[in-house]
Design a binder for this molecule. Structure first.
Ligand code: HEC
Length: 124
């Protein structure tokens, strides 16, 4: 008991610390998404705005949302929005996919970009 108890306490602390870290990351992601993307995108399946729904975007090829009219540049890009490409795309959408019709300058702050990507990872 004397040995088990401290180990259990330590395990709880680790869980608590990780839990609050995850919560903070979620908050930062939601904030960054609202600030940068939510005017044009939702993370709800099937709900398009000026831009397509980003539900399940991580790991998906470009141009797959039914009912959304993509530019040819997007639809024929042949890219897959894995985390790495999404990071490149969000840094400078026009440079990463020339001719696409997302009128957005990009998220220049790396931490903010990562927060948005983490937020999108959870939206599946
Ligand atoms: C001013 C509106 C606007 C803003 C702001 C915007 N987007 Fe977009 N987004 C679009 C449009 C429009 C498209 C479709 C582009 C095309 O067809 O060429 C698009 C396409 C995308 C795609 C490709 C989706 C697919 O299915 O191929 C991703 C990923 C994306 N946006 C992510 C984001 C993220 C993340 C943010 C915020 C950091 C953001 N966008 C901000 C309008 C916007």
């Amino acid at each position: 008991m004397r040995i088990v108890f401290p180990a259990a306490v330590a395990a709880c602390l680790v869980v608590l610390a990780f839990g609050s870290f995850a919560a903070r990351a979620d908050e930062a992601g939601e904030k960054a998404f609202k600030k940068n993307c939510a005017t044009c995108h939702t993370i709800e399946a099937g709900k398009n705005r000026v831009g397509p729904s980003l539900h399940g975007i991580i790991g998906r090829p470009a141009g797959q949302v039914a009912g959304f009219k993509y530019s040819d540049a997007n639809a024929k890009s042949g890219v897959v929005f894995d985390e790495k490409f999404l990071d490149t795309y969000l840094t400078d959408p026009k440079a990463a996919m020339p001719g696409n019709k997302m009128v957005f300058n990009g998220v220049k702050n790396e931490q903010e970009r990562k927060a948005v990507i983490e937020y999108l990872k959870a939206a599946k």
